[in-house]
Design a protein around this ligand. Structure first.
Ligand SMILES: [Zn+2]
Length: 443
């Protein structure tokens, strides 16, 4: 029975979305007919997800259970084993343990949890139940799914799925063919009809967030109204997917991180077909000699719309310069060297033989710009995050503004301050919503 259930979930991973209410796995089974312990049901009640979920085991039989241990593990990539063993109090024939996600933060929809129980009776008999798996689902909507290699895209409003999936596939192909960076595991993208719907699926998400990438869980949540699916959505899907793929490829267990110009440059590159917008920004920067010192783009971008815009374009142009001049292997090496814990200057020196200032000078010369005076002793700006170990802890996220907030003050994408941090559970994605929405509408 269990086997059949697992197969069904593989074929129809979102069936839970249609089921609606908790108790998704109700598989009573009798373990060892001769055992004095009989399991009636072994379920995960997720009716209260994302606030909490309850593991519940009903037993009967002649045995007096003296000890119960619940073992559970969520499917995520992390530097530490996230599995947990919880001793559970015994009261009558029902064993229950509630995972209060309000305290820990919730794994996103699409995450699978696997669990089993170990019971000991008064005679010292031990029984370990077969592992069960359940995928956390957002049961508020009737999800539809389209699939491609290693990608599952889920949506419920309009008919945005096929076109957004195409954008995701194109973005992955660019990452692979032009940068040589490949997706490592299947990714689930959940497209909400608006950002408010999306935010209710995740605890502790900023109320202005338009999308979040959980690179440890291979899950991306985005709020894309159907009216923007063929414009903004076509850019933001590959953009956010690139953040996730690069975060996977450059995962660091030693606190390594990528400068923002590299993070965002790669993501904009993955969008493809951005040449008119980018070209306009680059031409403005050339005409006004208004590019930022590249070193200042190691960290978070300016929060101001126009400045943020040129920061993205400058980042893209710098990454494109590296790719087109030196090829994709050194760029991969740069990402891996940063993941190994080197700071930006040291990693660039090791791979290319120049530091951030040297790169900026080469790039400016390539564009025909005059050399910029660079202080002889550059201030070390190392955005490397501290590797905080928070097993199943409060997720840290720095999401970005939603497209729907296009009239609000733009907020710069700051996601790259976080990729690679281990076990924070959640790496932010930046929706550069306002920025792209505006450019689309104005150009
Ligand atoms: Zn971004």
């Amino acid at each position: 029975m269990q086997h059949k259930g697992m197969k069904n979930r593989q074929s129809f991973p979102l069936i839970g979305f249609f089921v609606g209410i908790g108790l998704l796995i109700a598989m009573p089974y009798s373990l060892l007919a001769q055992s004095p312990i009989t399991v009636q049901s072994d379920v995960l009640d997720d009716a209260d997800y994302p606030n909490s979920v309850t593991f519940r085991l009903d037993v009967d039989g002649t045995a007096v259970i003296t000890q119960a241990m619940l073992h559970y593990d969520v499917s995520k990539v992390s530097c530490l084993d996230a599995a947990a063993d919880v001793p559970v109090e015994i009261e009558g024939g029902t064993l229950e343990w509630t995972w209060e996600m309000v305290r820990s933060g919730n794994p996103p929809p699409g995450t699978a949890v696997t669990w089993n129980w170990t019971l000991t009776d008064a005679d010292g008999n031990t029984l370990t139940t077969p592992p069960q798996t359940h995928t956390f689902t957002d049961t508020r909507y009737n999800w539809r799914t389209v699939e491609a290699d290693n990608l599952k895209l889920h949506w419920y409003e309009g008919n945005v799925g096929p076109n957004l999936l195409n954008a995701a596939v194109d973005g992955l192909e660019r990452l692979e063919s032009e940068m040589g960076i490949e997706l490592q595991d299947e990714v689930n993208l959940f497209i909400y009809g608006d950002t408010a719907d999306m935010r209710d699926a995740v605890l502790y998400i900023q109320d202005w967030a338009g999308g979040v990438a959980f690179s440890d869980y291979n899950v991306i949540l985005m709020g894309i109204p159907p009216s923007l699916a063929n414009t903004w959505g076509q850019d933001v899907v590959p953009h956010e997917l690139a953040h996730l793929v690069v975060a996977q490829y450059g995962r660091s267990c030693v606190g390594g991180s990528r400068p923002n110009w590299l993070e965002e440059g790669l993501a904009v590159y993955a969008e493809g077909d951005t040449s008119p917008d980018i070209q306009a920004d680059i031409e403005r920067g050339l005409a006004n000699n208004s590019f930022e010192p590249l070193r200042s783009l190691n960290g978070a971008f300016s929060a101001h719309g126009a400045e943020a815009g040129i920061a993205y374009s400058q980042s893209y142009s710098t990454v494109a310069y590296l790719l087109e001049t030196y090829g994709r292997e050194p760029l991969q090496q740069l990402v891996l060297t940063l993941a190994a814990g080197k700071n930006t200057d040291a990693a660039l020196e090791e791979v290319y033989g120049f530091n951030v200032d040297g790169l900026e000078l080469e790039w400016r010369a390539h564009l025909g710009l005059p050399a910029r005076d660079i202080p002889p002793t550059p201030t070390a700006i190392n955005p490397a995050a501290i590797a905080t170990i928070v097993p199943e802890g409060l997720p840290t996220n720095l999401p970005t503004p939603p497209a729907a907030a296009a009239t609000a003050v733009p907020v710069a994408d700051t996601s790259s301050n976080n990729p690679g941090i281990c076990n924070l559970g959640l790496v932010p994605l930046l929706l550069t919503g306002l920025f792209f929405a505006r450019r689309r509408h104005h150009n």
